[in-house]
Design a protein around this ligand. Structure first.
Ligand SMILES: *Cc1c(COP(=O)(O)O)cnc(C)c1O
Length: 433
């Protein structure tokens, strides 16, 4: 499989090179040159396959022989070491829980998979090495730190805004050691993001082979397809059509789901549910794509004004606005609505949702009321464990959230970070590594 740049100015490249580059030289996102089709028979028998077998079948055509089968199976096994249950909320609604991974954020799958692909490529090119540079406002950093820990030939440098991430999130970034370095920036998330952007253009870092670990990288984006196959496998026996609502920020996750659908996965409708950062719902309503500054909300992993993966969704629909409007419904919700949804889920159905999952639930409800339909089964993706957003969950629902052991144990570990005030500080740190 070859990958082309959506800016169409860079040459096509291999899976390996696209993973190493992250973004194409012309600054475009990589996209597969064709979309593999899975045979009907696979879907007929999907319940006979294990999750790991499904993942192998789905990702193999995107990698072909660039990673040997045995190695690819090993990477998949390490990436999918936990469950992805669909929990029944009511007769027509299920929650697909993606938070049972090591850092309890759905980004674990993408981060683990990408880290192991990069580690394998470094391993076969003995002398090769890379530096992963990432800015985080919270969850991404933890998943990346955990996913890349101890991976051969990779140094990880995570920039986070001092005092602006939760205690648990900070500990997830700063306590692992080995090849994971945390830079504590005196500023806000946008300052971290700006420094990372400048660093990628800085010729002085040529030798470091800087790469990013955000959802732009195809090795983080593509494995997110797996979730949707796992949902189908579990809910197929209901014999109903599936409607899937994805709480969306950078639109990487939903874009992977829509790619799965184009490969043949029977999903009737996708819904992109957002908070008040409504660039996409607004675009689908008006046809105008207006970039905005992001606004803070209680579902803050989705506070994105310019969703980086949306351009890939447009490509899936071959740039046709009318097809896109058919294939993707999108709605936005306020924090007040999100809290109401959390209460409804808890009081009526005994389900504790985090604010991101609640936004997903709202999207399903809105779709049902607009389409006046009840014949389908709705699935919303629950992208974070409630303990990751414990303050909002506890104050909204008036209860205590139990912190799972694997998260709680980190609290007592010692934080190690390097403070940085300016780009020069970042530069000095990277050049000394
Ligand atoms: C990253 C994230 C999202 C948004 O996913 P995108 O792929 O950026 O759309 C939703 N929920 C949580 C908890 C996240 O961490």
């Amino acid at each position: 499989m070859k990958y082309f740049s959506l800016n169409h100015k860079s040459p096509k490249t291999s899976f390996k090179q696209a993973v190493i580059n992250g973004i194409a030289p012309d600054k475009g996102l990589y996209f597969p040159e064709n979309i593999p089709q899975l045979e009907h028979d696979f879907f007929e028998k999907i319940e006979n396959y294990s999750n790991q077998e499904i993942a192998f079948k789905v990702i193999k055509p995107f990698i072909e022989n660039e990673i040997p089968d045995e190695k690819l199976k090993e990477i998949i096994a390490e990436t999918l070491s936990f469950d992805f249950p669909t929990i029944k909320v009511n007769e027509t609604t299920y929650s697909l829980e993606l938070f049972h991974g090591p850092t309890m954020a759905f980004k674990d799958v993408g981060a683990y998979f990408m880290a192991r692909c990069l580690g394998y490529f470094n391993h076969i090119d003995k002398s090769s090495h890379s530096t992963v540079l990432v800015a985080t406002s919270g969850d991404t950093g933890g998943a990346v730190a955990s996913g890349f820990l101890g991976v051969e030939g990779v140094q990880v440098v995570i920039l986070y805004p001092s005092g602006k991430v939760s205690d648990i999130q900070e500990k997830q970034l700063t306590t692992l050691g080995q090849n994971i370095n945390a830079l504590e920036i005196d500023g806000v998330f946008d300052d971290c993001q700006d420094m990372v952007k400048i660093a990628f253009l800085d010729e002085d870092f040529r030798e470091l082979n800087l790469t990013s670990a955000n959802s732009i990288n195809i090795a983080r984006w593509l494995p997110q397809m797996f979730y949707y196959f796992f949902a189908y496998k579990q809910l197929k026996h209901l014999g109903k059509e599936l409607v899937v609502s994805v709480p969306s920020g950078n639109f990487g996750n939903i874009c992977a789901g829509m790619l799965a659908q184009k490969m043949g996965l029977p999903i009737k409708q996708f819904i992109a549910s957002t908070n008040i950062n409504d660039t996409v719902p607004n675009y689908l309503n008006t046809g105008n794509y207006e970039l905005r500054n992001s606004k803070p909300t209680i579902s803050n992993a989705m506070d994105v004004g310019n969703p980086s993966n949306f351009i890939r969704i447009k490509e899936l629909f071959e740039q046709s606005f009318s097809d896109l409007k058919q294939g993707l419904k999108s709605y936005s919700f306020t924090d007040a609505q999100t809290k109401e949804a959390m209460k409804e889920l808890y009081n009526e159905y005994d389900y504790i949702a985090d604010p991101h999952g609640a936004v997903g639930y709202l999207g399903l409800e809105k779709y049902k009321s607009e389409e006046k339909t009840n014949s389908e089964v709705g699935v919303f993706l629950e992208t974070a464990h409630p303990c990751k957003f414990i303050d909002v969950v506890e104050s909204t629902l008036n209860l205590k959230v139990e912190i799972p052991h694997k998260i709680a144990e980190i609290i007592d570990k010692k934080k190690v970070s390097v403070k940085a005030k300016s780009y020069e500080d970042l530069k000095a740190f990277l050049l000394n590594k």
